[in-house]
Design a protein around this ligand. Sequence first.
Ligand code: PLP
Length: 377
Amino acid sequence: MSAARGEEERIPLARPVVGEREEQLLIETLRSGLLSLGPRVPEFEEALGRWLGAERVSAVSSGTAALHLAIRAAGIEAGDEVVTSPFSFVASANCLLYENARPVFCDIDPRTLNIDPDGAAAAVGDSTTGLLPVHIFGYPAAMPALERLAADRGLWIVEDACEALGAVHGDGKAVGARGNLATFGFYPNKQLATGEGGALVSPSGELKERIDSERNQGRAPDMGWLDHDRLGFNYRLSDLACALGLAQLERLDDMLAGRARVATQYTEALTGIEGLDLPCPDEGGDRRSWFVYVVQLPHGTDRDATIRALREREIDSKPYLPAIHLMSFYRRRFGHREGEFPVCEDVARRSLALPFHPEMTASQVQRTSAALAELLQ
Ligand SMILES: Cc1ncc(COP(=O)(O)O)c(C=O)c1O
């Protein structure tokens, strides 16, 4: 048995799809001699904007950089409180700390795993200035309800759409293109990969100008060399990364379709296992952009043992995601304790990301699903 297993190919957690087109555009860009602040950056921004249906896109060095510039553009100030999700990649909360603001967490909806609008409303206090919803695992957050809350309470909104390129809301608007500041990430496990990279959608030309200046050390486009009129950062995305992004955009629809195919195969193979919760199906016209396939193991399952056993079968898997408020840094800094957000904590304890990428074969999905089913029996 173990010898047969040893011959099996390892199934990685994620893998970008790159090919000749990426190589071609990268080589062209290398040979152009323009590796940064060149023409690929606006080309990529415009192409991404067309694909998304958003007018103003700024390419930046990461999703985290996009979040940081977005909250600054929203007008965040030290001491502000911002209501956000504890069930996210840590960057959506960390960015608030960069500006000495405070993340105020609220619990999540057990179906979508996004912040629950009623919980968000209850978390808004006198010092709250903004909402930072995350479209977790590519499922659209309840933006219409959150937008009503923001309008009622005079709050700004920054959407973390880093995991949700290609998702669509029930009202037909693309996630990240509904007129709020919104961020995307292009790390290699994402729907579109540039190695490292991100993008930021701006609701106005004025904000885009500020963002473009702050990503480039505070320099305005019409300024002289080494002239800077505001505080800025180096959050630029290189022309090489933008060349990759352009090639990836050409195949984005196919890659998204590949992800949806793999997700369907997983759901078919895993439905009916007692106690195992699968990602929620689309509802109310909301359409997920498949980023990961994360299951919640039955209560009482030893997750670490499951991961080890899958690993012995050459299948990678990972706990995904831990609750942010229970990370040691957040506990120390803000005094968070277990029990504050029971839905999030339950999901975080049980969640397991299975191998997932657009080119996974049906037999890899079968092998993974059969192994998990056997272990959970
Ligand atoms: C929800 C979410 N927000 C923010 C980020 C940060 O993006 P990056 O890793 O490109 O900085 C990620 C990336 O993993 C993410 O998943």
